[in-house]
Design a protein around this ligand. Structure first.
Ligand code: NAP
Length: 307
């Protein structure tokens, strides 16, 4: 019998790389997407048996070609690349919009391209064959209180909103996987993520190892019926608890002290990043990182596999 084919967006990155490795182990034929097939990450992946193909999320035609015939597709979009790239900053300035809004537009369009291309091969996808990495819709889930949490809404506006509306047949084969706080994220804002953090001390939030665990989580999801939404997390705990573990692992002393969002923004070298991340911490406190949605967890996946 010929092997099933999974096409993995973002295969050279954290989440996609994890998914590529796990499905390879499970006996799938894995096709990994990249813009640069000769990069060190792409060649390393190729040496493990992943078929590396060149495609660009800005080019829907290139996606249609590489998705063709897939039994499964893993989708991920990256808000932070267009947010930080100097040429994107310059373009945003020319357009008279913030880099946060600019990155929303890029991520939204790339997600839409993935959905439009995946819809052209819906028939070949397994019953549960479209796995989309996403987040909750901050604007809707907070009743408009957080209407500019762009890196959440750019994902949720496509996965699931656009897919549900435009492609019911694809939506029927989709699973949405929300991802918890990457435990590595303090590296993005070294001077404020912990040192001047505005996250609430009381609300438990999901924490996640994207490169270590996204593959196992997605593979477990692939064994479930379609049409469900999940929160991929290794641990759910408060920030003081997380910081305690982090300090222990890194061999440093750390005390938790919460500051106002403005103080965190002031302490962040890149002010726009400070605004986006401080809004995320506030949203995570109320209504919550998952926006109050009812999402299935790793425990639910374990229980289902025991049956
Ligand atoms: N940090 C957190 O705490 C956290 C929590 C939840 C969700 N997230 C979300 O996670 C996402 C990032 O995921 P990640 O860490 O897995 O990403 P990553 O490691 O930075 O990898 C990004 C991947 O996307 C690919 N890519 C980017 N632009 C592309 C394009 N135009 N065409 C084709 N491929 C493209 C890259 O491939 P090539 O470079 O090889 O082309 C790479 O494989 C972000 O959207 C972020 O909001 C983050």
């Amino acid at each position: 019998m010929s092997k099933k084919l999974i096409v993995v967006v973002g295969a050279t990155g954290n989440q996609g790389g994890s998914v590529a490795r796990r499905f390879l182990t499970a006996g799938y034929r894995v096709r990994g997407l990249t813009r640069n097939a000769s990069s060190p990450a792409a060649t390393a992946l190729a040496s493990t048996g992943v078929e590396i193909v060149q495609a660009d999320l800005d080019d829907v035609q290139s996606l249609k070609e590489v998705f063709r015939g897939a039994n499964a597709i893993f989708s991920v979009t990256n808000y932070w690349e267009p947010f930080f790239r100097p040429d994107c900053r310059a373009e945003a300035e020319d357009m008279g919009i913030s880099c946060r809004e600019f990155a929303y537009d890029v991520e939204f369009l790339q997600g839409k391209n993935i959905a439009d291309a995946a819809a052209t091969t819906t028939d070949t996808l397994d019953e549960n064959g479209f796995f989309a990495s996403t987040l909750s819709h901050a604007d809707k889930c907070s009743d408009g209180k957080f209407e500019e949490l762009y890196h959440f809404d750019a994902k949720a506006d496509i996965f699931p909103t656009y897919v549900n509306k435009k492609y019911p047949a694809l939506a029927a084969k989709m699973s949405c996987i929300h991802t918890g706080y990457f435990y590595t994220s303090y590296n993005i804002l070294p001077d404020s993520y912990f040192k001047k953090a505005s996250h609430s001390s009381h609300k438990p939030v999901p924490h996640f190892d994207p490169a270590g665990d996204m593959g196992a989580f997605t593979y477990a999801v692939s064994q479930m019926p379609p049409g469900k939404a999940y929160m991929a997390a290794g641990t759910t705990c408060t920030w003081p608890q997380f910081l305690e573990t982090w300090a222990k692992v890194n061999g440093v002393t750390a005390n938790y002290k919460q500051v106002a969002p403005e103080e965190m923004i002031e302490a962040t070298a890149d002010r726009e990043a400070g605004i986006e991340v401080a809004a995320m911490f506030s949203y995570s406190s109320d209504p919550g990182y998952d926006g109050g949605m009812s999402l299935l967890s790793a425990d639910d996946l374990r229980k289902a596999s025991d049956k």
